[in-house]
Design a protein around this ligand. Structure first.
Ligand code: ADP
Ligand code: MG
Length: 581
């Protein structure tokens, strides 16, 4: 064994660069991040020499003349100071590694000026040798990187063609541009201008600049806030008529940082389930705003992966935000669940368009109210339903939904009088009959299963009915005498608490052990149905009533409770001592 010696600073930096700087596009990513962190409103990127020369000019804060040399040393940063800051990162960079790494594999020239000085500085760094001089220049920073990997023949050999390397760079810029529509970007390749954006601070305009009008015309606005958990999701998703053949147009950001995020990707899959043909994907630009202390961005050298404190929350929140966008969109008013609504007589009536408008505005205002997802329920019900609903709506009497009482009862004016319908059990009756007629239950593999604690006897009840549960979309696994997890649940229950489902299954099966299969179906219908206390728009209430009226047995719920009560005109008139009616 040879003796041990300390590696040179340059070699240490080269080893570190191996992690961060994989190819020219990594250099571009790091430098653009620095320009964004410096508060720039304009960033120009020029690429040449087989993508081995990169020049980035910004109009940001600039670097203090006494600090410029320091920027090229490892672990030198202006962005964090102490350990506490590491868990509350609001800048894109924070490790102070990129410039030191880049210097170790390329020649770097930096010209920078801050507003406090009337002169700037020019620093060149090559082979760990740093030279500095004063220079007259504009406010901001220019980073000139030449001959990337000049001293790394192995890396150089692995670079792909100019065209391919440039396509990676282009993607970096597209992501940066989509993450910050308030910054003007320009990108040139071998002297020709490839992309130029304004700084309109309008994401839809930015998408139009990047992906063209055809794309931007097919997008739906996504906006959802959860004030309790301090999270917000905004952006655009394509309606199901516009598809892409790969996932490369799904771009995700967390606090404007481009990320690869399996949890959000799963949520997108879920939201578009059964809406897109196999092998087709949506166009997505979504930005998640979350308190920096609820995520860990320090999980990966390139900072592209993040850890969430509560991935289940993020998953469910994203599914419902996209659902809401697709359901309340102009698209869904034209066509929902694969069939055209305008083929149904109901949807052509002027009443529908009025209510549709009401529905959209209502959804926007009512962020905090539980959201009822009809599109999803429609989707999950077999396609035979399409024919059925067309048939039944033709015979639907012209009732008028007046509104909701206590967000629990739907009030309807009918030819007989005033009908009061319990919204939860009406919806439950509809779902129960649908489930009963379905040959196959669509179930959802759970990304994250909650461990559910029950009494040992309760675990036994579920264990004994394992096969029956499986038939109706529930896969359970006993993981202890008093603990189970769900591996799968029926898809219509994807937003319901897993513990709540388990408890309800146990209670229902327990009350009628000989009728377990039916009790399982009742549980699914009950848990998926609209709840008492849920605010519905008139449009949603009308939908619910229409579907309930079309059931075979609309008068009683599967548990045997009455669903509606009519106050006849006669009785009302009698109460008021009216003789006429
Ligand atoms: P980090 O971004 O993680 O701090 P870098 O090595 O990328 O590390 O940059 C080191 C420091 O150099 C930054 O913290 C910042 O203060 C300064 N810097 C780099 N690029 C710019 C720029 N374009 N404008 C202003 N300051 C910059
Ligand atoms: Mg940086």
């Amino acid at each position: 064994m040879k003796r041990i010696h300390q590696l040179s600073v340059n070699l240490i930096n080269q080893i570190a660069a191996g992690e961060v700087i994989e190819r020219p596009s990594s250099v571009v990513k790091e430098l653009v991040e620095n320009s964004i962190d410096a508060g720039s409103t304009k960033i120009d990127i020029s690429v040449s020499n087989e993508c081995r020369n990169i020049r980035i000019a910004d109009n940001g804060s600039g670097i203090h003349p006494d600090d410029v040399t320091l920027t090229f040393t490892k672990h030198a940063t202006s962005k964090i100071e102490n350990e506490k800051d590491l868990w509350n990162i609001s800048t894109l960079g924070f490790r102070g590694e990129a410039l030191a790494s880049i210097c170790s594999i390329a020649k770097v020239t930096c010209i920078s000026k801050t507003s406090e000085f009337d002169y700037g500085v020019k620093v060149t760094a090559e082979n760990s040798e740093i030279k500095q001089s004063k220079i007259g220049c504009a406010l901001g920073t220019v980073m000139d990187i030449e001959n990337i990997f000049y001293n790394q023949p192995a890396r150089l050999k692995f670079l792909k063609s100019d065209k391919t390397e440039f396509s990676y760079i282009q993607e970096v810029i597209v992501q940066a541009a989509l993450s910050r529509p308030d910054i003007a970007f320009s990108l040139s390749h071998n002297g020709s201008n490839i992309l130029k954006t304004n700084a309109d601070n309008d994401l839809l305009l930015r998408i139009k600049e990047i992906s063209g009008e055809n794309t931007s015309e097919h997008l739906e606005f996504v906006e959802k806030t959860d004030e309790e958990n301090n999270i917000k999701l905004t952006g655009y998703v394509s309606n199901p008529q516009f598809t892409r053949s790969s996932k490369k147009d799904i771009r995700l950001f967390v606090n404007s940082r481009p990320v690869k995020c399996p949890v959000i990707l799963k949520a997108i899959d879920m939201a578009y389930k059964n809406l897109l043909p196999i092998g087709k994907f949506p166009y997505v630009v979504l930005n998640f705003e979350i308190s920096p202390s609820d995520i860990d961005v320090n999980a990966h050298p390139t900072k592209k992966e993040i850890r969430w404190q509560n991935p289940n929350l993020v998953f469910n929140f994203t599914v419902s935000a996209i659902d809401k966008a697709l359901t309340s969109s102009s698209y869904s008013q034209k066509s929902e669940a694969g069939f055209a609504l305008d083929t149904l007589p109901f949807y052509n009536s002027p009443k529908y368009s009025e209510n549709a408008t009401y529905f959209v505005t209502n959804q926007k205002k009512d962020n905090e109210k539980p959201y009822v997802n009809y599109a999803e329920k429609f989707r999950q019900i077999s396609s035979s339903f399409t024919a059925e609903i067309i048939e039944t709506t033709e015979n639907t009497p012209t009732d008028t939904v007046i509104g909701q009482l206590k967000d629990t009862y739907i009030l309807i004016e009918t030819s007989q009088g005033l009908e009061i319908v319990d919204q939860h059990i009406a919806d439950e009756r509809f779902l129960y009959e649908k489930l009963l007629s379905q040959k196959e239950v669509i179930s959802q593999l759970l990304l994250i299963s909650d461990v559910i604690e029950l009494e040992p006897e309760e675990v036994e009840i579920l264990e004994q009915n394992k096969e029956k549960l499986l038939k109706f979309g529930y896969e359970i696994k006993k993981i202890g005498d008093n603990k189970i997890v769900f591996k799968k649940i029926p898809q219509i229950l994807s937003k319901v608490s897993q513990a709540e489902i388990a408890r309800e299954l146990v209670n229902n099966i327990n009350c009628n052990l000989d009728d377990a299969e039916n009790q399982i179906l009742i549980t699914t219908a009950c848990k998926a149905a609209v709840k008492a206390g849920e605010k519905l728009s008139i449009w949603q209430a009308e939908e619910l009533i229409k579907r309930w009226r079309a059931t075979k047995n609309p008068q009683v719920c599967p548990h045997g409770r009455p669903i509606s009560h009519v106050l006849s005109i006669k009785d009302i008139a009698k109460f008021f001592y009216r003789q006429d009616k």
